[in-house]
Design a protein around this ligand. Sequence first.
Ligand code: BDR
Ligand code: CA
Length: 317
Amino acid sequence: MSSRTRRTIIIDTDPGQDDAVAILFALAASDRLDVRAITAVAGNVPLNLTAKNARIVLGWANRTDIPVYAGCPRPLVREPVTAEHVHGETGLDGVPLQEADVELANGHAVDFLIKALRSAGPASITLCLLGPMTNLAAALVQEPDIRPGISEVVLMGGGYHVSGNVTPAAEFNVYADPEAAAVVFGSGIPMVVLPLDVTHQVLSTKERITRLENIGNRAGKLIAAILRAHGLIEIEQMGTDGGPLHDPTVIAYLLQPSLFCGRMVNVTVETRGEFTVGETVVDWRGVTERPPNALWLNQVDSNGFYELLTETVKRLP
Ligand code: BDR
Ligand code: CA
């Protein structure tokens, strides 16, 4: 698909500080991205909060016309894992929160996905997964015939060149529901992966945050406040000048894929290891016979990324 085409996307997400930035980024690019709906999933914080936060973020962009569906309140098999120590008790540490202006849309996110994909033209909807992959996995298990409606899945998750951020082996979105990730990676749907390998190259330095704040609009100020409160654990762990920025890389890829480089590889998900549950096993060197199932991105032009983010967010109120 040409990068200039206006894509119809559904954002499946667990906001989450960086999810909130990603949603604003996508809304700011409304000439290129038609956000059909947001489907919330349990992840960084429980489902009631992710579903609420998604609606709050839409309010920040004056886009409460976009429906938010609440999805799965827990992983397919395992006990829930959350990340309040990263994103705060509300999920959106760094900014004061009000109540959401709009109600949730009626119905379950999985039912919405099934209905939307069934009635879609062939390969017409791009799914952006920014959290644990429970909703899509549940939809695929329930109704495998929805696959033709999906153009591709573009997701933030996993790590290969950069190892895990929850365990030494696993990245949060995959670790939180490895069985769901295994279903999605095994689905045969075209996939693009923005792993830690990439997100750890786009550091939110003080200077980059200040540029976003200096845009002068509400969105820039909110993003700056969120980013100042985000990635603090990683800054301490890695001794870097800023924290990694994860989920907005999915939106940047949709808008300007030339910012990224990667390789078609086979990716499987470890679901049984003693120490490695949730690891993305990436056949980077092609040492197995397993066919490639994903475009795994491992390089990004980080200055270009922040330039794109800052220029795009200028369009928001
Ligand atoms: C991912 O985990 C979450 O905490 C972030 O929102 C991002 O989606 C990074 O590992
Ligand atoms: Ca997320």
